[in-house]
Design a protein around this ligand. Structure first.
Ligand code: ADP
Ligand code: MG
Length: 292
């Protein structure tokens, strides 16, 4: 009967590194029509590294990194970690950070040695009346290389651009190709900008790219996919993925991600490999074929 099949399913799942917290998920997997993936830490490794630094004329790279590092030292974001690591590797000491604030989906603001410093995307610069027109082409170039480009400003002056790249997990493209072959639509939901998101989406062969989504907006995007396709799975690793994982019909957490995401999900991919989803769907179909 079904309970036995579910137990067998859990056992086989565990062997493949798929931890099932909610037994119903084994039944739901076979109905999944679309899967939404978070980008950072789900499709990519979530370990971005600094790749490019472009300083405005007259600005010393060392000063640029000093301001960038000092402010990002206050942030927990993976982008911040990448910048802090770069500054440490250059043996540049940090300054005094006060009045630090995160601007969700845009970046960070704070005072470094009493001067206002900002690090973030175009929206953050626009909101603070910092002009970057002369660097728009530079930003586009970096974004088309699948990099996330951030700007740094002190007072109302732009100091430069720092870009990071987050490597794509080895199995992401194979997993997505397999899902699409099974007739399942794939979508990527990210707070990152349109061009970077499109470049990464193209590399992994995802069919829908939904970018510049604020952390709260992920739930809405899952609802939209549910209206369009019916049964939708969501895969994510971050605190801000938790509500979307709950909203989806099967929430899938990355085992190397945050506890909050794992608790919100029905299933955990212990090693974080997206190919586990393909195995889970095949397992679900196989088990319920036997029962009927
Ligand atoms: P994601 O989780 O997909 O990276 P976020 O909403 O966290 O999405 O971030 C969206 C964008 O906001 C980033 O791509 C970046 O441009 C900017 N941003 C967020 N946090 C920071 C930070 N600590 N430093 C600089 N920029 C940031
Ligand atoms: Mg993430």
């Amino acid at each position: 009967g079904t309970p036995t099949a579910l137990m067998v399913g859990s056992g086989i799942g565990a062997e493949k590194g798929i931890l099932i917290r909610n037994g119903e998920a084994i039944q739901t997997f076979k109905e999944v029509k679309a899967i939404a993936f978070d980008k950072t830490g789900t499709i990519t490794k979530g370990k971005p590294e600094v790749t490019d630094i472009v300083v405005v004329e007259g600005i010393k790279e060392k000063d640029f990194l000093y301001y960038a590092g000092t402010i990002e030292n206050g942030s927990e974001h993976p982008l911040a970690h990448a910048i802090v690591e770069k500054v440490k590797s250059e043996k540049i000491a940090f300054g005094k950070l006060t009045d630090f604030n995160v601007v969700v989906g845009m970046g960070v603001i704070g005072d470094v040695d009493g001067e206002k410093v900002l690090v973030g995307n175009r929206k953050l610069m626009q909101e603070n009346q910092i002009s970057y027109d002369a660097y728009e082409n530079e930003l586009i170039r970096l974004e088309e290389e699948a990099k996330t480009a951030m700007m740094i400003a002190k007072g109302n002056q732009l100091l430069g651009i720092i870009a990071v790249a987050d490597p794509i997990k080895e199995e992401s493209a194979a997993a997505i190709a397999e899902l699409e072959k099974m007739g399942i639509k794939t979508a990527m939901i990210t707070g990152d900008n349109k061009r970077t998101a499109a470049a990464i989406g193209k590399k992994v062969g995802i069919s829908h790219v939904i970018s510049e989504v604020l952390p709260d907006g992920k739930v809405e995007e899952v609802v939209r996919l549910q209206k369009q396709y019916g049964t939708v799975a969501m895969v994510g690793d971050g605190i801000n993925d938790a509500p979307a994982l709950k909203q989806s019909n099967v929430g899938i957490a990355i085992g190397t991600g945050t506890d909050i995401a794992i608790e919100a999900a029905d299933v955990t991919l212990v090693r974080g490999e997206l190919t586990g989803i393909v195995s889970a769907i095949k397992l679900s179909k196989a088990i319920f074929r036997k029962i009927r």
